[in-house]
Design a protein around this ligand. Sequence first.
Ligand code: ADP
Ligand code: MG
Length: 760
Amino acid sequence: MIAHPGSEVRVLIRSRPTANFAQELIEYLPDGQTVSVHQRKDSRKGVVNNQLSSWSFRLDGVLHDVSQEEVYGRVGRGVVLGALEGYNGTVMCFGQTGAGKTYTMTGATESYKQRGIIPRALQEVFHEVEQRSDHAFSVHLSFLEIYNETLVDLLASVRGCPGVGPGGMAVVEEAGGGVSVRGLSLHPVHSEEAALNLLFEGEMNRIIGAHALNKNSSRSHCILTVHIESRSRTLSDAKYVTSKLNLVDLAGSERLGKTGSEGQVLKEAMYINKSLSFLEQAILALADRRRDHVPFRQTKLTHALKDSLGGNCNTVLVANIYGEASQIEETLSTLRFASRMKCVQMDPVVNEHTDPVLQVRKLEKEIQLLKQELSIHNTLIVSIRQIQEVFSQFKQAMQQQEQKVKAQLCQNYTLVEKSQSTAGSTAAKSQGSQGTVGVVEGHGFGVGLAVPSERHIRLLSPGRTKAIKTKELASQGRKEAVEGRSPGPGKQVESVNPVQRDREGREHDPQSQEPQGPPEPLRTDSPPPKAEAFEDFKAERGSEINRILKENKVVLLERRARLRELTEGVNTAKREIDSTSTALHQWRDKRQSQGQFVSAEGVPVLDEAELSLALHLRELKTQYRQQYEELRGTKAEVSYCQHLVDQCRTRLLTEFESWYNESFLLPEEVQAMLRSGGPIRPGLVPVYKALALEEDEQEHFERLRYELLADSPSAISFYNAQNRTVQRRNYSKAMSQTPVQKNTPRGSGRTKLPAILSVI
Ligand code: ADP
Ligand code: MG
């Protein structure tokens, strides 16, 4: 029952039972909220005989002939539960001596059933503290008495109490508009029993003090304050909430001055009247929204209650009346006070604070995470820059090579012409000239031409010329076979392919051994198995991206573990919600079969067990929602990390493939190109790929830059997804264009190219 902002202080009337209830003067209307008072004008004052004056007071409820339990339910419970949520709360009893203020607040101490609001509130606080296991509560008690403008600590006698400092006790203002009493002892309490012990100790001190000073306990104001602090156990949050629950038993409001008191009693009456009339003034000022000054500091009572009367506080006033005809003046005065109090507005807000130590710790953690994230980004960017640089240098080197090769080929071209004319081989001549022209007039890319040109030179070396001749002979033999001529004794030409024949020819003829290059270049120079090469690549060329990949994997695993944890937590919370909800429904069904609980006004009300189930369910739902939020965040993180890992893996594979192709497979293709003399097929020349990749890198780099600027996680996810798609497309394009030629028998002269990095 937490007041909505802008609502008024709740005011209830409670009447003390009496055999002489003035029925003709006091009328409780059936709405359960209105009291009408009819007063006969005093005939002795001679104005009008037997004339009746009537007043009607509409408040929030009339508690007539109502049990202590119901009073607690209608007056105290909402305020207590609010205090546990972080709202300040005040329950205050006002009325003449003997009207039942102490009975309402403390109750009859000897009877458990008749215990009042204070012991019930303490019980509820600790019951709730136990129930709300997701929060860590700390509860402290203080017990203040204000007697003749003197502040008395009713718990000063408790063992271990520090005692009042040299300045004595005083009401002091706190930052944020609150007040506290300097020198008032605050006692930590961990159980209902410990709290009740302190209550009884304070009550006892109040009585002893009354005897010693010959004072009447009903002439002092008493404020028992429960100080509550709560921190969430589930959220590693620096935020925490605090509240003060003030349970106030005011001094009797009767106007003693009029009854001709003397001495001590007169002095007391002056103080009480002063403090209560200032309380009334403060309340009038509070009720008047146009007034910006409220005279709180005029008495100790109003000063001490400054943050407990309306404003940021859930305030409930019980106006205790004694419904006998002789007390009608006091009853009227109490009801007037009550209706004024009803005009005071409340704007309760949760008192939320931030723990600076925890906040610093949380921020440090956040900074560390951000740094890690940044370092991952930086490493990616650095590696991309390196790759870009490599490609650009590679391109430059290839262009230089191209120039060199052009020059060399021009030289060789003349040589070829000469040697071919000597050998008289028209085939070689045409091949050589075609190849040379093809290269020179072909595409201007360097890489495809640089090294194969060496092989081209080798092709034209004496040994190679011999080989060509052998091939020619072989083809001649084949021609013979086709024509039905015997190639020679014991030889089945048809079953022997030209290469074999070539090899056999060389084996049989020691003269035919080539002086340059191995006899079987295909076997010695065949590319290493991909798996092996991949390991080498990861250790050397691809070590940086491999390292990033590993790092990303570690982060991904860690986030996944957290996600699993959170999922379990959310599921557990869900199961608990389901079981509590079932229990609540069962309870409701059971209760419905017994008929509905209604209040005195006929309004259906919840019983205690149902209320506590419903509250627990609400608590669980809040908890579930919080955990679910975190779960969603972590899910997004996991998918983000997954994107990073995929991205790195694709890059590693793409780079490996291009490195592998360029390192081991390229020369064959270039050779093929040289032989065919045709234009370079797209995809066969690695420079094409290099350039394409370079463009991709540029694009990728731009994208990453964008990512760093865009702090929205959804933007990052979007870009990662898009990037991955582009990469996958490039990768498959590159793969489809990569020539597969490991087993091609035309591998003669295959030489391992220098690794790309060595160009730098
Ligand atoms: P106050 O504190 O306002 O001076 P008390 O609480 O001491 O008044 O009440 C005076 C007497 O009336 C006490 O004996 C108390 O037990 C009795 N009394 C007051 N209200 C009730 C009530 N609602 N039911 C039963 N007894 C009551
Ligand atoms: Mg009393």
